[in-house]
Design a protein around this ligand. Structure first.
Ligand code: PLP
Length: 422
């Protein structure tokens, strides 16, 4: 569970290649030591149920045929580098949708297409941050936000999203963390890992916090259309006409095309005051030339063609039914509690500390992998101060879920018994 550091270890040769010091505090546990151990076990012939990554294609979800046809049909026209911000038609479609959703001033000139939202998270933070700056990031978070903030010399200041409040943040608590060094407020709704979908009034209050303190709003809405029951996705940009708002979206989740690496960020709101920031983004985008061109051809059909995700998130749909199976399994459990996810493709169960005193999420995840061949991500990988949660994806078949939770119950049960004996 160690990451490489620059510190000289006993017995370490003088000639080892150095590692950048700025990586010392950078973490991305979703693909960390546990995932590497799972690969080793697989190489030894063990079948591992991998529930650590929200990778729809790995669970039999197909990218819709009209998106595939667009990529294949345009392959011959994709040999050259494209514009650093992305194909014009794709950017027009993204900006048009943002405007239709109420994002003031969204324009193709201020849209950047990237190799997934991942690349754009780093690029947009790099264009903003100086050493010692601060970024407000949810806790739990999608850990790339914290990692990228750290990598860019700044400090992620985590605002708590309490399980008791359905993992929805309290805007007053967020505002109390603002300092003169705060530059941006990151909002992830629908949320990974908690599945929270923030209500309109919470989003509006967060937008007001950003306006009062002149913060850049960074709205990670990659799960925008993945909502369950009566949960409603509200675009943050529609509530933030007077601050610079960056809205991130992409094809990875809603369109099940993770491997194609297509994401975008669209600027809206106080764009007039962001001329230099926009230029900085363009410089950084130019330095990586352009993003993957063939896959960009899927953006127009994805945004303007048939919506395909609703069938999966409605009763009878695969995501809906797996979510129901996870909720039911947690209700049956002697040890687990769950805030039912209202959006996205994850569940974030907690282990009752009274039933399992001293429960440690990393030790649990390792034991679950070694003894029961199930790979999950410990909650501490999502920058929370507590150690009694874990994240699983809602992507497996519903039938698989009951069996996985029996294995989880066995491991937690044996941890509970060993604690009582100790
Ligand atoms: N943002 C969130 C909240 C995510 O969960 C993910 C991936 O899981 C990403 C961004 C990155 O997505 P991609 O780089 O595939 O577009």
């Amino acid at each position: 569970m160690e990451v490489p550091t620059n510190k000289k270890l006993p017995g370490m040769s003088q000639h080892n290649a150095p590692v950048a010091r700025r990586l010392e505090a950078v973490r991305y546990e979703i693909r960390g030591a546990l995932a590497r151990r799972a690969h080793e076990l697989e190489a030894d012939g063990r079948e591992i149920v991998k529930l650590n990554i929200g990778n729809p294609g790995a669970f039999g979800f197909d990218t819709p045929p009209h998106l595939r046809a667009a990529v294949l049909g345009n392959l011959a026209a994709s040999d050259a580098y494209a514009h650093q911000q992305g194909l014009a038609a794709a950017r027009e479609a993204i900006a048009a949708r943002e405007r239709a959703r109420g994002a003031a001033g969204a324009d193709a000139a201020n849209v950047f297409v990237g190799n997934g939202v991942s690349e754009l998270i780093d690029l947009s933070l790099r264009a903003l941050l100086d050493d010692g700056d601060e970024v407000l990031v949810p806790s739990p978070d999608y850990p790339l936000w914290t990692a990228s903030t750290t990598l860019n010399g700044a400090r992620a200041v985590h605002y708590p999203c309490h399980a008791t409040a359905g993992f929805v943040p309290d805007p007053d608590e967020v505002e109390a963390l603002v300092t003169p060094r705060t530059r941006a407020l990151v909002v992830i709704s629908p949320n990974n890992p908690s599945g929270a979908v923030y209500p309109r009034e919470t989003l509006a209050a967060l937008a007001r916090v950003a306006a009062r303190h002149r913060l850049v709003l960074m709205a990670d809405e990659i799960y925008d259309e993945i909502v369950y029951d009566d949960a409603a996705y509200v675009p943050l940009a529609s509530l933030a006409p007077d601050v610079l708002c960056l809205t991130y979206g992409g094809l990875s989740k809603v369109h099940r095309a993770c491997g194609w690496r297509v994401g975008w960020v669209s600027l809206s709101g106080a764009i007039a005051q962001a001329r230099e920031y926009r230029q900085a983004l363009e410089l950084l985008a130019s330095m990586r030339l352009c993003s993957n061109v063939p896959a960009q051809h899927a953006i127009v059909p994805a945004l303007n063609g048939d919506a395909t995700i609703r069938a999966l998130t409605s009763p009878g749909g695969r995501l809906f039914e797996t979510r129901a199976a996870v909720i039911a399994a947690c209700r049956r459990s002697e040890f687990l509690s769950l805030v039912p996810p209202r959006g996205a493709i994850y569940a974030f169960p907690g282990v009752d500390p009274r039933r399992v005193p001293g429960f440690d999420d990393a030790r649990f995840a390792l034991e679950l992998l070694e003894c029961e061949s199930v790979l999950v991500t410990p909650g501490s990988g999502f920058n929370v101060p507590y150690r009694n949660h874990f994240r699983i994806t809602l992507l497996p078949e519903p039938a698989r879920v009951a069996e996985v939770f029996e294995r989880i119950e066995r491991v937690v049960g044996s941890m509970a018994r060993s604690r009582q004996v100790a």
